[in-house]
Design a protein around this ligand. Structure first.
Ligand SMILES: [Ca+2]
Ligand SMILES: [Ca+2]
Length: 271
């Protein structure tokens, strides 16, 4: 092989790799075909290593981007949860009376515990509603002057036993009550259902109760918990403010879906 041939190989080969040579790097010098092959091989190995380094760097960058993406998604979700919770705490909240119980559910805060009370069953006047009087009353002015007043009595249940409705004897038992605060914007008591509708949360359920139909003056309906607590020592028959189960009557009320003489359920739901 003459020297002119080798030189031409060096010119052609090294010119092809010129673009892969970094600025300032010394150009290779060829002295033989072997020398040329050797330098080409070195260059290829160097290029292969460079490519591998680029691949490794790319893979590392990809992993970092994926980690950052996951971290961003997690941070975004945490912020959204915090915002939602803060909004819920600030903007929403409802209070309801849980009749017949002295504890709220876990999701609700006790505002106060009390005694269920109302007018005497045969009084023509006084308030017609059922109220939850706190266990710890506080007073403003009061007097002993004899002037006309309304009256309020404690409440007991009158149901012949066995009731076939409550799971324990309830006759003549005095009923507690509790005011519950729940972090929901809406609360509804639904008469005639023992279960909430879709997307509503159950607060409690029970039975719709009011005064006896033949009593001279009425009071309002309340939803008494299906598993009531009783006030200590309240089993005596006082017959003051009295709650009775209510039953549906067919006629103007369509049956079905209602049924004649069936005790109505009730439920308190929140959303
Ligand atoms: Ca009683
Ligand atoms: Ca009684």
């Amino acid at each position: 092989m003459n020297s002119a041939y080798v030189f031409s190989w060096c010119i052609v080969g090294l010119a092809a790799m010129a673009s892969a040579t970094s600025e300032g790097e010394a150009e290779p010098t060829c002295f033989s075909r072997f020398d040329y092959d050797y330098k080409m091989l070195q260059k290829l190995v160097s290029l292969e290593q460079t490519i591998q380094n680029l691949k490794d760097s790319l893979a590392e960058s990809k992993n970092k981007i994926e980690d950052m993406s996951r971290e961003y998604e997690l941070t975004t979700k945490n912020l959204q949860d915090l915002l939602s919770q803060t909004k819920e705490n600030i903007e929403s909240g409802s209070v309801y009376i849980r009749w017949g119980r002295n504890e709220c559910q876990d999701n609700a805060e006790i505002v106060y515990k009390g005694f269920t009370a109302g007018k005497k069953w045969n009084d023509g006047g006084s308030g017609g509603d059922t109220i939850c009087l706190p266990e710890d009353p506080s007073w403003l002015n009061y007097s002993t002057i004899n002037s006309p007043r309304g009256t309020v009595y404690g409440t007991e249940i009158n149901i012949e036993e066995p009731s076939g409705v409550f799971e324990k004897k309830v006759l003549d038992q005095n009923l507690p009550c509790v005011a519950c605060h729940v972090k929901k914007s809406s609360v509804i008591m639904i008469p005639g259902r023992g279960h909430c509708y879709t997307n509503w949360n159950l607060e409690y359920n029970g039975y719709l109760m009011a005064d006896k139909h033949s009593h001279p003056t009425p009071h309002n309906h309340v939803c008494v918990d299906h598993h009531p607590d009783f006030m200590q020592g309240g089993g005596k028959n006082n017959d003051d403010h009295i709650l009775y189960l209510t039953i549906s009557k067919c006629g103007s009320l369509p049956c079905p879906p209602y049924a004649n003489d069936r005790e109505l359920a009730c439920v308190v739901c929140s959303k």
